[in-house]
Every structure is written in C-alpha cells, then in structure tokens.
Design a protein around this ligand. Structure first.
Ligand code: PLP
Length: 283
C-alpha cells in the first residue's frame, strides 16, 4: 500500500516525497524526530510528544514551520488519509538544505516530514513473554535528552543484541544503566519502582513520565536514582517504557533471568494501568 505522507507543506504519496542531498539532516544528522502512538485512530499522549518536540527544537535552534495547532491538524489528517487504526506516526524535522558547512545557515528552511507505520501496538506477543536484553557500553553522544536522528549507535546495539540471540540492549555508563537502545529502563525491587533521574544522559521519556505518575497514583513507591547493571540482574522485575511498547517486561539480562524469568506482577499491573488510562485520554 502506498502511504500518504506529509512532506514540505503538503500531503503526497510516499514515492513522491524527495529530500535534497544538501539537507542537513542527511549531511550532519542535524534533525530531530518524534514518535506518537495511534490506537483506535486516536493519538496517544500527543501533548507530551508535542511539548518534547518543541524542547528538542529549542535546544538546537531549529524553527518549526507549523504552529502547534497546525501540527496537531496534520497528525489528525495523516491518520485519516492512511486510514490508520493502530500504529505510529513519525515526525522528522531537519534544519533543511544548505551548502555544506559546519556553521548553521542564517536563514534555515526546515524540512518537515511525517509518515505513518501500521503496527499492532496493543496485541504485542512480547508483552506476555517479556524480552531479553544484553548490556553494552553507552557510546552515544552526551545530549541524549534531545531526540535527534543520530540513531546509528542504537541501531548497532540492536544488531549486536540480535546477533547474541537477544531482543534488545541496555546501555551502561560507569556501571549504571542509562536506558535501553530506544526505550527507558526501569527495575522493581521489593515493590519499589527504581528508575534513572532525568538529565542529559537519557531521553526524557513521555511514557516514563506517565508511568511514574500512574505508579505513584496506584500506591507503588517510585525512587528516581541511577541503578547498576548488577542491581538490575538481581532485581525482582525489570521493564522498559516507550511510545511503541508502552510498558514491556524484561525477563533476562546478559543471559541471567530477572526474578523468576517471567513478567512480574508490578510490571503487568503497570502495563494494564498505563494502557487503560492513556488510551482513555487519547485524542
Ligand atoms: N529512550 C530512548 C533512547 C528512546 O529512543 C525512546 C523512544 O524512542 C525512549 C527512551 C522512550 O521515550 P518515549 O516514552 O517518549 O517514547
């Protein structure tokens, strides 16, 4: 099926969307992106993703060609035009084309594109059985709080995980876990949810923020502190959060089972609460 994408100010069939070889997204990875889940044709946690988009753009000084109202309208229309029931919307915004130079162009003309991916995000078989991860050193740049398209290292980490027969990688820095290759990492010890505090070391996950709020609301204590890989391996439970996976159990780390090697009760409960609450608020 040919998707309808939004590209440089208009909807068009995906094979008609073109980007200049001088686009700074292509030459310098000078671009940011956002991913919003769609369930039942509605946008999940749109406000959070829209706010983080503005933050990423402000950090890099990239102007947004659309107003917040126009951006929301494009998100809604791309769902309608692709008849998308369940899946994801990717938004990508680069500083635009300019003759190659490390210095930013004075008058950028940003390239904004949005495309959809149909995907069964609710009926995820991994939610029932959990995923396995390997640990790898976090070799990404030090501004992971900005959602840039510099995804080569996460991509390499996923390839290494696959080659090792695992589903994903948890990245470590000075012995502590930063995050998963494309999700936030959490553990549960003695009923308490432990997760790394926000800083430039990690992406400020929208699903992370909601999950922590919902956990507190459900009486699950939350401690925001860095945890070591060893702590994760001997934790009762481990899980990841992201717009694509919601709350997803991690059942083994570097070949060692987490807890009894099955998705734990706190993780399962949080997945249920998250899906019930955030889907009821989808717009
Ligand atoms: N951390 C990284 C590195 C990610 O790439 C992602 C999602 O793509 C997340 C965390 C989770 O963020 P969110 O919950 O906003 O999807």
């Amino acid at each position: 099926m040919t998707r309808i994408v939004w590209h440089k100010g208009a909807f068009m069939p995906e094979n008609e969307a073109q980007v200049s070889i001088f686009d700074r997204g292509y030459l310098f990875a000078d671009a940011i992106y956002e991913v919003t889940g769609v369930v039942g044709g509605k946008l999940v946690e749109y406000e959070g993703h829209a706010a983080r988009l503005q933050r990423s753009l402000a950090e890099l000084g990239i102007p947004c060609p659309l107003t917040p109202e126009e951006l929301l309208a494009v998100h809604r229309e791309i769902v309608a035009r692709n008849d998308l029931d369940e899946g994801l919307i990717y938004l990508q915004l680069s500083r635009g084309p300019a003759d190659r130079d490390f210095v930013f162009p004075a008058n950028p003309e940003p390239t904004l594109s949005l495309f959809t991916q149909a995907k069964r995000v609710l009926e995820n078989p991994q939610a029932g059985r959990g995923i396995s991860v390997i640990s790898l050193p976090d070799l990404r740049w030090a501004r992971r709080d900005i959602k840039t398209v510099q995804l080569l290292y996460p991509s390499m980490a996923k390839m290494q995980a696959k080659a090792a027969g695992a589903d994903d990688a948890w990245l470590t820095q000075d012995g502590t876990v930063t995050e998963a290759s494309s999700a936030t990492a959490h553990i549960v010890v003695g009923g308490t949810l432990i997760t790394r505090p926000l800083s430039n070391d990690i992406l400020h996950g929208i699903t992370r923020a909601s999950t922590l709020d919902l956990a507190r609301g459900a009486g699950i204590p939350v401690v925001e502190r860095a945890f070591t890989l060893r702590e994760a391996q001997i934790a009762d439970e481990a899980f990841i959060t992201s717009a694509t996976n919601f709350v997803l159990p991690v059942v083994s780390i570097d070949g060692a089972p987490v807890g009894d090697g099955k998705p734990g009760p706190v993780t399962r409960r949080l997945r249920e609460i998250y899906i019930a609450d955030r889907l009821s608020r989808a717009i």
